[in-house]
Ligand binder design. Structure first.
Ligand code: UN1
Length: 498
């Protein structure tokens, strides 16, 4: 088994820690310092196929393990996440870059999800209903489906795997897990915990490597009926297309361009707190990040000035330092993409209020740091107000009233999270009804989803599925309807008696 100190990691297939068949490797580095985190197997189709075979084989036994027994293992996993929270938190700061408090929150989300789904082991409720005929009983049951391909992003490297893997396992499915190539060490630690908790061999496998090889093979493999992907819209579309050839169940959790609306009657200080946290927490690298602020006319100037004042006080640096509020972004490509949007915003005529540059000096040169960036006078149609930047950049847009604010908020191709700050209950309920998004917050920013409510978005944020909460069970199981006729004679449904 790989250990924390070791710099070389392996795949976990059928209960064995193994190298990639090709022997090829790739590296993971600390985005704040450039330090090497570890060397990982660069897997190919052959490795994926072995993992799928192991998962398929294990499925035939795992599906027959009583759900409360499957759940006992999840309870043990939850306890291990608690025991190892500090260690996982520290590794997350090092490998992914988010600051310590947020990394701890990411691990906490996995603890919460694991316990929540473990509780399902004694529920997984179906329905019983009366029959239209005498002496007949009927019920619906949740049935497991088979092997899940879980393809996860780097921004919540422990939480998001738990959103997919905990429900899959309690439902009786088995899993081949491909973590992001930017956070493979965390993916591996995650799997190790399941091994320690006594999960049988083959039930959870990890295959490291790129989306174009490992991910694509999982999506195209005929023996993987379920694919759950959190990633970009582009990869989501390709995943749906590739999965279509086997009519796979494909769950997609894609982009966001989430807005916080601040109405004239809002508590502006509270709203600014919400904006700072939602736009710049995790360096803006959340699907739920507030990359737009829609401020009503009367508070528009106040929101700008208060926000800029707060943003300019944020401390950038290595998240292991407790003073630091904003860590690095994940890699050079992300840094360049974020910076290119600053140029796009300026070229489009938006007013850059603060930030807009790669941060250097004070030990920041070795990492990928971007100054928190605020644009104002943004037109809702501008690219910086339409496209997902996935970095510490937000765009302030003016609205005259609630109707216009909601229209602007909805005027994007995504529909993940949304928020309104108002003291007017009527406006709050209008927003709940009319904001076209999977999540709406009242008097809170756009981030902070809890594990026992459905998580996901409308429009091109996904394809209608939800993860977390009870909704997750609908993806990881299929309904079976059962009719038991104990009348001793042939009773024919829907046939008129003559
Ligand atoms: C994501 O960015 O994909 O609600 C997930 C939140 C977190 C999860 C974000 N609990 O912001």
């Amino acid at each position: 088994m790989a250990t924390t100190g070791a710099k070389t990691f392996q795949n976990y297939i059928g209960g064995e820690w193994v190298d990639a068949a090709s022997g090829e490797t790739f590296e993971s580095h600390n985005p704040a310092t450039g330090e090497l985190i570890g060397v990982f197997p660069k897997s190919s189709v052959e490795d994926v196929d072995r993992a799928v075979e192991a998962a398929k084989d294990a499925y035939e036994r795992w599906r027959l393990v009583p759900a409360p027994k499957r759940a006992e293992i999840l309870f043990r996993v939850g306890q291990r996440f608690i025991d190892r929270k500090d260690e996982l938190t520290e590794l997350m700061v090092q490998e992914m870059g988010k600051v310590r408090a947020e990394a701890g929150g990411d691990v906490q989300e996995a603890i919460d999800m694991t316990y929540y789904m473990a509780g399902e082991g004694r529920r997984l409720f179906g329905q019983t209903t009366p029959s239209e005929m005498p002496d007949k009983f009927q019920m619906s049951l949740r049935m497991p489906i088979g092997v899940v391909g879980a393809i996860t992003p780097w921004n919540f490297p422990i939480a998001i795997p738990s959103w997919k893997i905990a429900p899959a396992l309690v439902c009786g499915d088995t899993v081949v897990f491909k973590p992001a190539t930017d956070t493979p060490a965390l993916g591996e630690r995650f799997v190790e915990i399941f091994e320690e908790a006594g999960l049988p061999a083959g039930v959870l496998n990890i295959v490291h490597g790129g989306g174009g090889t490992v991910g694509e093979r999982l999506v195209k493999h005929p023996d993987v009926p379920l694919i759950s992907l959190t990633g970009s819209r582009e990869v989501g579309i390709k995943t749906a297309e590739n999965g279509a050839s086997y009519l796979k169940h494909v769950h997609l959790e894609l982009g966001g361009k989430n807005a916080i609306i601040v109405m004239d009657d809002a508590d502006v200080d509270l709203a600014v707190d919400g904006i700072v946290w939602s736009a710049f927490g995790t360096s803006g690298q959340r699907c739920t990040a507030a990359s737009r602020v829609i401020a009503a006319g009367k508070v528009y100037d106040q929101v700008q000035s208060k926000l800029v004042e707060r943003v300019e006080q944020l401390t950038l640096g290595n998240g292991l330092d407790d003073e630091v509020e904003i860590g690095p972004v994940i890699n050079r490509a992300a840094l360049e993409k974020i910076h290119s949007y600053t140029k796009i915003g300026k070229d489009e005529g938006a007013k850059l209020l603060t930030g807009g540059e790669i941060a250097t000096g004070d030990g920041l040169d070795k990492g990928f740091f971007y100054r928190p960036t605020v644009f104002a006078d943004v037109d809702p149609g501008m690219r910086i107000a339409q496209e997902e930047i996935f970095g510490p950049t937000t765009a302030i847009i003016r609205a005259n009233d609630i109707d216009q604010a909601i229209k602007i908020a909805n005027g994007i191709e995504f529909g993940l999270s949304s928020s309104i700050f108002t003291r007017d209950v009527n406006k709050a309920f209008r927003a709940i009804r009319d904001l076209n998004a999977g999540i709406t917050y009242i008097n809170a920013g756009t981030t902070g989803a809890e594990v026992h409510l459905p998580f996901g978005g409308t429009k091109q944020t996904g394809n209608g599925h939800r993860e977390a909460g009870q909704a997750a069970l609908d993806f990881y199981t299929e309904w079976k309807s059962v009719y038991v006729d104990y009348s001793g004679k042939l009773q024919r449904a829907q046939i008129d008696d003559v």
